[in-house]
Design a protein around this ligand. Structure first.
Ligand code: F6P
Length: 529
């Protein structure tokens, strides 16, 4: 029955797409003075203005009905209860438990582990934690990749301006030695602490970099027994950490997915560089968004609306790109973070039952900071034939907001791009009578965007924003009927890479591969691989 209902609702949506989805947004504003107000939602200090989307109340209510039919209520309840929602791995996805306040825990070990992070952060920041020559730690180098890198890197760099004391943070993910070499340049091994982050502690890139970092420390004169003064591991695999030779470990659980893990011990670099108060504020913002997401009905639910707008754009308007453009230099890592969060979660084409997905799923997520992006691909967004949605992320103030003139430019540029995408410019508004020139200058407009506004770029609002996107991804997965919490596609490449390391070292077995790969193995081997 639910399936029939869903089919019917998809038909309704496609039908609306032909009218509402092609209607002029400018005209919709002209005939509805309350559009901006009605299509704006606030939650945990974050504002979502989606009035520049090509939809109306009828489309929204059809989307809400579809989400209900697809089991939104039950799925949301299951996620908050810590039930198994990651079916293919038989696990919960209980990241909401990680940001609960200590006086209202869902799972006490989360708070015990948080206390250990606090102890480490306090010891390092106060200077009590000393390197092998007895000096305080000045630099923390975080080694991890994917979900064990994006989150702490994004937050630490986004809030770097609020850092008043404590060690400097550096992040290394790439197995290309250039990454670690660049991070270590100018650092003193005797005052450097490595935080090796890996849920599995089997990720080849992370282990290779950790071994190289250890060699760098030993080459400075430290002994094997000094290693523990310079290495902390964050993992859920205590055995592998012990095998590596690291004694100090903070842990987390198999129900914390890598891309949802920054709220766990994986956030240690944030606490080290910015202090535990900042990490606590981040968690508090995310928790406030969780409370909103858990209790708000669909019509008022900010993350759910973000998701259903995405479903409308992807499935009804046929958009294949979602462009993320933060108008804050400090959020330069946000598009990369959201790429993993969205595409590793929902880049799938089979349903939880193993059937081919009946509807298109994840669009490509890409983007970079405004205003720079305006001087790169915005030309295509305004006049190209690829219709894309843009998520503008606009902190109204940042810790750098001291130069009023440049701040106004930052804000104005963001608003201008959204306005230009929607309003466009007709040939008769171009100032040219020459039809060819007028056509070249005209912008079609009616191009959709969301505006996500933060009153200020601080830990609380950043936490709320990131949690909103996590829940958005979850709701998209519910509507598409896919498991947002596994990543089997990534595994195949990892397995093949392992074999290829051996085959490049000894190309005798190259012929076991396809012709192209075999020939590339030979080339790599000849080049000294
Ligand atoms: O990229 C694939 C992935 O499995 C991610 O899900 C994860 O965040 C990343 O690898 C790192 O894994 P680990 O934390 O186990 O090193």
């Amino acid at each position: 029955m639910a399936e029939l209902d869903a089919d019917w609702q998809w038909n309704v949506l496609h039908h609306l797409g032909e009218s509402v989805g092609t209607a002029s947004m400018v005209e919709a504003f002209a005939t509805d003075a309350s559009r901006a107000r009605r299509m704006t939602l606030d939650a945990a200090g974050v504002t979502l203005d989606f009035s520049k989307q090509r939809l109306d109340d009828s489309a929204l209510s059809a989307l809400y009905s579809l989400a209900e039919t697809q089991g939104f209520e039950a799925a949301r309840r299951a996620m908050f209860a810590g039930d198994v929602v990651n079916q293919s791995e038989g696990r919960a996805a209980w990241h909401v438990a990680l940001r609960r306040p200590a006086d209202d825990p869902l799972y006490q070990p989360v708070h015990d582990e948080r206390a250990r992070i606090r102890d480490i952060a306090d010891a390092v920041r106060s200077g009590d934690w000393q390197g092998y020559t007895g000096r305080a730690i000045t630099d923390v180098v975080s080694i991890g990749i994917g979900g064990s890198d994006f989150g702490p890197r994004l937050v630490t760099e986004a809030l770097a301006e609020t850092r008043s004391s404590g060690p400097r943070a550096h992040f290394v993910a790439n197995v290309d030695p250039a990454d670690l070499n660049a991070a270590l340049t100018g650092l003193d091994p005797a005052t450097t602490l490595f935080v090796v982050i890996s849920k599995t502690f089997t990720t080849a890139e992370t282990l290779a970099n950790a071994h190289a970092a250890k060699a760098w420390l030993l080459a400075d004169g430290a002994s094997e027994s000094d290693v523990n003064r310079h290495f902390v591991a964050v993992s859920s695999n205590g055995e592998a950490v012990a095998d590596f030779g690291i004694e100090r470990m903070v842990g987390f659980w198999d129900w914390v997915g890598g891309r949802f893990s920054l709220w766990s011990s994986v956030g240690l670099p944030i606490a080290l560089a910015l202090g535990m108060e900042t990490f606590d504020a981040l968690l508090a913002g995310a928790h406030a968004m969780d409370n909103h997401f858990e209790t708000a009905d669909l019509g008022n639910n900010l993350p759910a609306n973000l998701a259903l707008i995405s479903v409308w754009n992807r499935n009804i308007l046929g958009l294949t790109s979602n462009v993320v453009v933060p108008y804050s230099q400090r959020l330069a890592h946000l598009p990369g973070f959201l790429q993993q969060l969205s595409m590793e979660s929902n880049g799938k084409s089979v349903t939880v039952d193993g059937d081919p997905a009946a509807h298109a799923t994840e669009p490509a997520i890409w983007g970079s900071v405004g205003t720079n992006a305006q001087h790169a691909y915005f030309q295509m967004l305004h006049q190209g034939d690829l219709l894309a949605n843009v998520d503008f992320i606009l902190p109204l103030a940042t810790a750098d907001s001291t130069d009023v003139e440049r701040e106004r430019q930052r804000l104005a540029n963001c608003l201008a791009q959204a306005e230009a995408l929607m309003c466009g410019r007709g040939p008769d508004e171009t100032g040219s009578d020459d039809p060819a020139i007028a056509a070249a200058r005209a912008c079609p407009g009616n191009r959709p965007s969301n505006m996500l506004v933060l009153p200020r770029l601080d830990a609380y609002h950043l936490g709320a924003l990131l949690a909103a996107y996590e829940h958005k991804v979850f709701v998209e997965g519910i509507v598409w009927g896919i498991n947002s919490f596994d990543q089997w596609g990534v595994e195949l490449g990892k397995t093949l890479a392992k074999q290829l390391v051996t085959d490049i070292a000894d190309p005798a077995n190259a012929a076991a591969h396809d012709g192209s790969t075999a020939s590339l193995i030979q080339r790599a081997a000849r080049a000294g691989g």
